[in-house]
Design a protein around this ligand. Structure first.
Ligand SMILES: [Zn+2]
Ligand SMILES: [Zn+2]
Ligand SMILES: [Zn+2]
Ligand SMILES: [Zn+2]
Ligand SMILES: [Zn+2]
Ligand SMILES: [Zn+2]
Ligand SMILES: [Zn+2]
Length: 426
């Protein structure tokens, strides 16, 4: 792109905050000025090794046959160079400058590796450079999962959007704040939420316990939740109800399956008043927190489905001659389900912090799509709980269909929030 050595380009890019376009424009305009500002000498870019010859070392003041002189005119003996570079590399310096008094000349990377002559040190230096590349570059992030060594490069990072990414290790996290993915809520909202949701409030703890164990609303027998799906069927009386709101599905006394598509419970009932008292706000928060915690619990339970993957796929291969890639849909389904739970969690954070009087956030649209996502998610969850391999084999297109519906509906939910993000951050 530009006629400069790679190591100089790196220094320049760093000065420009890794903005390639800006570097290109400014460098084309005034190459000498930009380079001076960055502490590099563009005329010397071709002279990679510096000048070697007889002279006096400016550090130890001894005469030597092998003084290496930089283009700034400062030269040192091999012993002093080595000592100096060793200290710089150990201090993890990425832009090593000439040791001359008040001389800010940056030493070219090639010269550094030639002068220091120690393989371990050079390796260490390169490691530091890679680390700093990731740390300084807004388009590159380390995966925050413990023990994961991957870095993620995001080619089109939209400054005005949320960005959640999935690492090769499958960790799903926020590219901005490195917390677990919290879309559609924004980083600030999520960090406030975390503080609020971790408080030692008695009532909240009680509510959290209730994400695992509740009483059947019809026969009052205790029910423990073992799967992620929030469609509940009481084993004792057959009552069919929603774990989130404990409301019954359908129209019959037992509630039947067909009623689910009409079931709406994701909007907080008392939302209208703009000025909430502390108690009212706390009530409201607890309502959102319960929905959030329920989805979190479902996600934990559904993550256990991953334990089944190898067995299911092996069975599909052995009993139904499905190729390994042909059974990928089962794994994809689980990952999309887990992503959907994460996004549903984030959607209640967003819902709680959504400014009530902001005209850019279409509450009804958001809640409509949130409800659609909840519906598709529960249906997919239900589907993935099937254990019988023959059933899974027969229902492959249903799996694929439900997975796609989940993916589409969380994308369109995120869209609503991203529009609000653009509007509220103008
Ligand atoms: Zn010396
Ligand atoms: Zn110098
Ligand atoms: Zn990772
Ligand atoms: Zn974030
Ligand atoms: Zn019951
Ligand atoms: Zn059901
Ligand atoms: Zn409900």
């Amino acid at each position: 792109m530009l006629d400069i050595s790679p190591s100089n380009a790196r220094v320049l890019l760093k000065v420009m905050n890794w903005d390639h376009d800006r570097l290109f424009l400014e460098y084309s305009d005034d190459p000498v000025g930009i380079s001076k500002k960055a502490g590099i000498d563009i005329n010397a870019t071709q002279m990679v090794s510096g000048r070697k010859g007889k002279g006096e070392c400016l550090i130890c003041l001894e005469d030597s046959e092998e003084i290496t002189t930089l283009t700034c005119g400062h030269g040192y003996c091999p012993v002093c160079w080595k000592k100096y570079l060793e200290i710089q590399i150990k201090e993890k310096s990425t832009n090593i400058t000439c040791p001359g008094l008040n001389c800010g000349k940056i030493i070219d990377l090639f010269i550094v590796s030639q002068l220091c002559g120690d393989k371990d040190l050079i390796d260490r230096f390169n490691e530091t450079l890679i680390e700093s590349y990731v740390d300084d570059n807004p388009f590159v992030k380390w995966c925050p999962a413990p023990n994961c060594k991957y870095a993620i490069v995001l080619s089109d990072f939209k400054k005005e959007h949320n960005e959640s990414v999935t690492c090769l290790c499958n960790h799903f996290f926020c590219f901005r704040c490195s917390e677990i993915a919290h879309e559609p809520s924004f980083c600030k909202q999520y960090s406030s939420w975390k503080i609020k949701n971790s408080g030692g409030d008695e009532a909240l703890n009680e509510k959290f316990i209730s994400t695992i164990s509740k009483k059947c609303p019809y026969c009052k027998k205790p029910i423990e939740k073992t799967g992620g799906c929030n469609h509940m069927h009481c084993a004792n009386c057959g009552f069919h109800f929603c774990w989130q709101c404990m409301g019954k599905f359908g129209i019959g006394p037992m509630g039947d399956n067909s009623g689910y598509s009409n079931h709406v419970c994701n909007a907080y009932a008392k939302e209208d008043s703009k000025q909430l008292s502390d108690t009212e706000d706390w009530e409201r928060f607890r309502w959102y927190a319960e929905r959030y915690n329920n989805h979190q619990k479902s996600k934990e339970l559904e993550a256990k489905l991953l334990d089944r993957v190898v067995r299911v796929r092996t069975n599909l291969q052995e009993q139904h001659c499905v190729s390994w890639t042909g059974s990928q849909f089962f794994l994809d389904g689980i990952y999309q389900l887990l992503a959907a739970r994460t996004i549903l969690m984030g959607s209640y954070v967003f819902g709680y912090f959504r400014p009530i009087d902001c005209p850019h956030i279409h509450k009804e649209l958001f809640e409509h799509r949130q409800r659609q996502l909840e519906q598709h998610t529960e249906l997919l969850s239900n589907c993935l709980e099937i254990e019988d391999t023959t059933q899974i084999h027969l229902k492959k297109s249903e799996f694929l269909n439900k997975t796609r519906l989940v993916e589409n509906s969380y994308k369109s939910l995120i869209d609503v929030a991203n529009n609000a993000f653009v509007e509220t951050n103008k």
